[in-house]
Design a protein around this ligand. Structure first.
Ligand SMILES: [Zn+2]
Length: 402
């Protein structure tokens, strides 16, 4: 495939056909062959990056995160294509590892999911999330479609378009325009202006139940109905669990009938919903974010022991085999060495400034690495690529967020 140009000279990478004007900023991902080693990789196109300050700051953050991550259960950038001269710089192409499918496609497929599958998937989701949370990052859009899976059942968390560093100052407002509704934690549904990484654990709980039952746990038509479905299962929350809720949401709960919890229905999700499974699930699906289990503590739950063993016996890169047996790593679930530093964002004030910084950041990434690649806009593959519909895309809201 001749999608890549051979040099990074800007004449090869020119502006797209002027008649082709793309309005949206949703990324498009395509599988391609890296001409340097013949390996199949995923090429993600981030179009129309520099439309406004909000969108370019967010893309810069995502790029920095993709280059920061070093964890087998978190998708990271293998390379970023060489940008053209800054005047023609409108889109960014990132190369990541290629994964065959995602957990949403696995769940809706007729393929059977054994208890072992569920355990090893859940183990890897929590292993990746423990790493992200240790770096101070909230993913904010954990859902089956953002959990990439390959044929060996290796799983990687992807799509950091909504991710941000956790806000420690409780007086700072954070956007509620996060997390796909079915996986949205009750504190966000109730209008909480400040939330923590427990929102990601709620999403994992929903996914765990979905793996067991092969259907979405809370599938509502609106955020209010979403909250009602949650209280149908968990019962009416005590006032202490709604401390951060907005007045209207609290009134909605208190106005309604008092509901008892009906957690025993979780045993009916599937034959794999054992006592251990339901116990862990209930620790994730707690209404009160302060009481919800952390990724680190969830990984210590007995339900995940078999998943850990399976993962480190034949799927990981941290352990290895010798003739006498398996040599296991000292740390099965590593944390990030450093927190992700987003302090640079405070000084970003104009689109042009961010554009220059992103341009320099990408160029700096290339230093001393493999020969740089760029897009060859004359290739047939490129023309197909820019016209192709997304097989994995994510919405990028244009609203201001913090
Ligand atoms: Zn290992």
């Amino acid at each position: 495939m001749e999608l890549f140009g051979k040099t990074h000279h800007s004449t090869v990478y020119q502006k797209q056909n002027e008649t082709y004007k793309e309005k949206n900023t949703a990324p498009i991902v395509k599988s391609v062959t890296d001409p340097r080693d013949g390996k199949r990789v995923a090429l993600k196109k981030m179009p129309n990056v520099f439309q406004n300050l909000v969108s370019c700051k967010r893309v810069f953050r995502e790029l920095k995160m993709l280059c920061f991550f070093k964890h087998d259960n978190v998708l990271s950038a293998l390379d970023i294509l060489q940008p053209p001269q800054i005047d023609c710089f409108e889109e960014i192409y990132v190369i990541t590892e290629l994964m065959q499918t995602d957990l949403h496609k696995v769940i809706v497929s007729p393929q059977p999911l054994s208890a072992d599958h569920i355990k090893v998937f859940l183990y890897q989701i929590l292993r990746g999330l423990k790493y992200l949370h240790s770096a101070g990052i909230l993913h904010r859009d954990i859902k089956p479609g953002n959990l990439l899976v390959n044929s060996n059942c290796v799983l990687k968390i992807c799509d950091f378009g909504l991710a941000r560093v956790e806000e420690l100052d409780e007086s700072q407002h954070m956007t509620q325009e996060v997390v796909t509704q079915y996986y949205r934690a009750p504190e966000i549904l109730m209008g909480s202006r400040h939330y923590q990484n427990a929102i990601d654990i709620w999403s994992v709980g929903c996914i765990f139940a979905e793996l067991l039952g092969r259907r979405i746990l809370f599938q509502a038509q609106s955020p209010i109905q979403q909250l009602d479905l949650i209280t149908d299962l968990l019962g009416t929350p005590p006032l202490t669990a709604m401390r951060s809720a907005c007045e209207g949401a609290r009134a909605h709960i208190l106005r309604g009938p008092h509901k008892p919890p009906s957690l025993s229905v979780l045993y009916m999700l599937s034959g794999e919903a054992t006592h251990e499974a339901v116990h862990l699930l209930c620790r994730m699906l707690l209404f009160d974010p302060m009481k919800r289990i952390s990724a680190k503590d969830a990984l210590a739950h007995p339900y995940l022991e078999e998943g850990r063993l399976r993962y480190h016996t034949c799927m990981c890169h941290c352990c290895y085999s010798v003739s006498s047996g398996r040599v296991y790593t000292a740390d099965f679930e590593p944390t990030a060495g450093d927190r992700f530093d987003d302090s640079y964002e405070k000084s970003l004030t104009s689109v042009w400034q961010v554009k220059e910084l992103v341009h320099r950041f990408i160029t700096d990434q290339q230093q001393g690495k493999r020969p740089p690649l760029c897009i060859n806009p004359h290739s047939a593959a490129f023309k197909t690529f820019i016209r192709s519909t997304a097989w994995h895309s994510s919405k990028v809201s244009k609203k201001e967020e913090r």
